[in-house]
Design a protein. Structure first.
Length: 459
């Protein structure tokens, strides 16, 4: 087994390098998204309403799409393909059928809650605008789930380029639709354009899947053992995939209390700039890192696992510390360059410059969090993500309530930075017993559910 595992290392490196241009292009389009929204719509009560609604639906979408990417879906499908290739389309079709049912349920529940919340909290002309967001965003959730499923399946089949190509083209369609219709429809067109972009991506991914499998996937609600195992494992991993999606919902709700016009928009744009360094690492280093850690964990090479993890933590934290310090130093001209266009006014840019450092100090700990989360996934320690997610949400809400009265919008961003630090520390504390015990016993990697007792977090 070891003799066959060794050659995989250069293959992983070649794969990562081959994907680099595609990922940079896709992430570049994602990075341009908040800049375009700022230039086109500025910061107004209408954009605040959009970002609040988007935060809720992005959180719900993370529950759906995040379950299939870098998750237990890949190893289970690969096992089915290895043992009985003829069963793969049927198993994948069953997963697709359950995904559709779950996505529709989540979309209906989220839409009903969003509409009820808007009816209670919005007054005047903002209420009709808020209610127009709900249908498009709800259908968008279903499309996001379908995209996530196809990306996970194609990744399991070794078609790693499918995601950046299809999603990049979908993003291009979204941007084009907004550019053509924003003058007539305003910010109301954004959810419709997002839905259109997701549908483009789903169509392309489905075509790639059919071309590779040579059959059309037929959704079903059968529950063979591999399907039951997939959803059992995914149940624990969903919270881990959404751990970074919980805070923005609470943050936008806190920003809605601010008397400043466009407070939620300014908060979001400052956070978007702070997220860029980690977004670049997620596009380039982190996919290869997860593969490397998974290989070393599966082969029982724990010393190599520890060394890879240590080097990655040191390198990521060093790069992000230097990058965040540089961004803090040049934030004033940078924010003017990025945002002082179109409808965005100088006062809004000035306020973003003032609050940006509170977000940028959290960049290095967030990078450490992402590395450590992948280490847990590689060791199949999925159950730890449930208490981590609860801990994350509780601490963020408490810190928001404590720091917002003291620092305003900056307090909300500082709360998120402190939460990143706390979660990274918790993940490290929970990981150490696994590495130490495995080092002394030479045991193979921890299976899902085998080791949660090694760390118990507050609930």
């Amino acid at each position: 087994m070891a003799a066959r595992a060794a050659p995989a290392r250069p293959a992983l490196a070649r794969t990562a390098l081959a994907l680099l241009p595609l990922q940079i292009g896709f992430r570049g389009a994602e990075a341009a998204w908040p800049l375009l929204l700022a230039a086109w719509f500025g910061h107004t009560p209408a954009t605040d309403l959009y970002f609040l609604c988007a935060a809720v639906y992005v959180f719900a979408g993370a529950l759906l799409a995040g379950a299939f990417q870098d998750s237990a879906l890949t190893p289970v499908l690969l096992e089915v393909r290895h043992r009985d290739p003829a069963q793969l389309p049927r198993v994948a079709g069953a997963v697709l059928g359950h995904t559709l049912v779950g996505a529709v349920i989540v979309a209906v529940v989220t839409g009903a809650l969003a509409a009820a919340g808007f009816a209670l909290s919005c007054r005047g002309p903002l209420l009709p605008l808020a209610l127009t967001f709900v249908p498009s965003f709800s259908l968008y959730l279903v499309a996001v789930a379908l995209r996530g499923f196809h990306v996970g399946l194609l990744n399991a089949l070794g078609r790693f380029a499918a995601h950046p190509v299809a999603s990049g083209l979908g993003m291009a369609g979204t941007i084009a639709l907004i550019a053509l219709t924003r003058s007539r429809l305003g910010v109301a067109v954004v959810p419709v354009a997002l839905l259109g972009g997701e549908l483009v991506a789903v169509f392309l991914l489905a075509a790639m899947t059919r071309r590779h499998l040579k059959v059309r996937l037929l959704p079903s609600l059968r529950r063979p053992e591999p399907v039951r195992r997939v959803f059992s494992l995914l149940g624990y991993e969903v919270v881990g995939n959404t751990v970074t999606r919980i805070n923005p919902v609470v943050d936008q709700l806190m920003a809605a209390l601010s008397p400043l016009a466009g407070a939620g928009t300014m908060l979001r744009f400052a956070a978007d700039v702070a997220s860029l360094p980690n977004s670049l690492l997620q596009a380039t280093l982190f996919p290869a890192l997860l593969s490397r850690l998974s290989l070393e964990g599966a082969a029982g090479r724990r010393e190599e696992f520890r060394a890879t993890l240590g080097r990655s933590l040191f390198g990521v934290c060093t790069i992000l510390t230097v990058t965040s310090a540089l961004l803090i130093a040049v934030r004033a001209p940078l924010f003017r360059l990025l945002f002082l266009h179109g409808e965005m006014d100088p006062d809004g840019v000035r306020r973003m410059v003032e609050i940006a450092p509170y977000a940028l100090v959290g960049v290095p700990p967030f990078g450490a969090l992402l590395v450590l989360a992948r280490a847990h996934v590689a060791l199949q320690n999925g159950r730890i993500m449930l208490p981590i997610g609860i801990f994350n949400a509780a601490v963020n809400a408490l810190l928001d309530l404590a720091l917002y009265p003291l620092l305003g919008l900056g307090g909300i961003l500082l709360a998120t930075s402190l939460v990143h630090t706390a979660i990274a520390a918790a993940l490290w504390v929970c990981l150490r017993p696994l590495l130490v015990s495995a080092r002394s016993s030479g045991a193979p990697q921890a299976r899902a559910g085998a080791s949660p007792a090694a760390c118990s977090l507050p609930r």
